[in-house]
Write a protein of this length. Structure first.
Length: 318
């Protein structure tokens, strides 16, 4: 998963504010309301699997959960799945990753078999264009369903899916968070009107944030990377703040829109000219095949260079 999307999101979700916004805005409320987000702590997500010697670099946070008067530490395992297609082996991948993470905790002495393993909340954040259709629990992949006496012995691991593209613009606006604004910008892609509206909304969110300067720096850095990967072709060197430089950014986005519109018109003219040229060639081919006209006359009738007609005649004869 080494592309600019997961790199950008990995930076965002390395800040506790955005992890809190992810959980509060997109996870089940009955889970979010139990978490003490002041206890969020980032852990290393870099480790080697024992069997396959494969390195993982997912995001792992711990947070304290207050349940029935007892405070317990829970690990949030954030897997960033930013591929163009749905991976239907995701339940198996998650089962493997979680098992490897537990192995990592044991090897680093974060816990012991006698102390027990901490609970994990696995989350898959997905931003592909097609909607997610993979099973959410590895048990659901066991087909046909085993008989009752075997069911207790089958593997179970369920992950929670956040499918970014499944949320409408209205649903994202209802969340009033910087992260929902990021999702909205992602959905807008190169739709310039939607992109400008999403940027305006996120600027408003930043202005009302208690940590305005910090959030502004984080999101400005993310947006610059995002626009570069969209090949926006605009100068971002002077963009240091989405809030302070919002007018300059709006002007740059408008210039980008005008440039693409102009290039689109030029491409349209070029395509029309190519279609007209091919039409003349086809007419010339018919005259060559069906008449006794010489090349000079055909060239004059179809307004083609004589060399072009000679080439067409040679192709027809072969």
């Amino acid at each position: 998963m080494a592309n600019h999307y997961d790199t950008g999101y990995k930076e965002l979700l390395s800040y506790p504010e955005f992890v809190q916004q992810l959980i509060e805005g997109f996870a089940p409320p009955e889970i979010a309301e139990l978490m003490d987000f002041n206890t969020l702590r980032l852990h290393s997500g870099n480790y080697i699997t024992p069997l396959f010697e494969e390195k993982f670099e997912d995001l792992v946070w711990s947070v304290h959960v207050n349940w029935q008067g007892i405070s317990q530490e829970v690990y949030l395992y954030l897997l960033l799945e930013f591929q163009s297609t749905v991976d239907r082996t995701m339940p198996i991948r998650l089962m493997h990753y979680v098992a490897c993470f537990y192995d990592h905790l044991l090897k680093t002495k974060a816990t012991t078999p006698s102390k027990g393993l901490p609970p994990i909340f696995p989350i898959v954040l997905y931003n592909g264009t097609e909607r997610w259709t993979a099973k959410h629990d590895v048990y659901e992949m066991v087909q046909p369903e085993p008989p009752a006496f075997l069911q207790p012995y089958q593997p179970h691991l369920r992950y929670y899916l956040i499918d970014e593209g499944a949320y409408s613009g209205e649903e994202l606006e209802q969340r009033h968070s910087a992260l929902s604004g990021v999702f909205e910008i992602e959905k807008a892609s190169v739709d310039h009107t939607s992109l400008q509206q999403a940027v305006d909304r996120i600027v408003g969110i930043i202005q009302n944030d208690a940590n305005k300067e910090r959030i502004d720096k984080i999101l400005t850095r993310w947006l610059k990377r995002h626009l570069q990967q969209l090949n926006a072709g605009i100068n971002l060197d002077q963009l240091h703040s989405l809030v302070e430089d919002k007018d300059m950014l709006a002007e740059n986005l408008e210039n980008w829109r005008q440039k693409e519109r102009k290039e689109g018109r030029q491409e349209g003219r070029q395509e029309a000219e190519l279609r007209a040229l091919e039409s003349k060639r086809n007419a010339a081919r018919k005259l060559i095949a069906l008449t006794e006209m010489n090349d000079q006359l055909i060239a004059e009738i179809e307004e083609l260079p004589i060399e072009e007609v000679e080439k067409l005649r040679a192709e027809t004869q072969h």
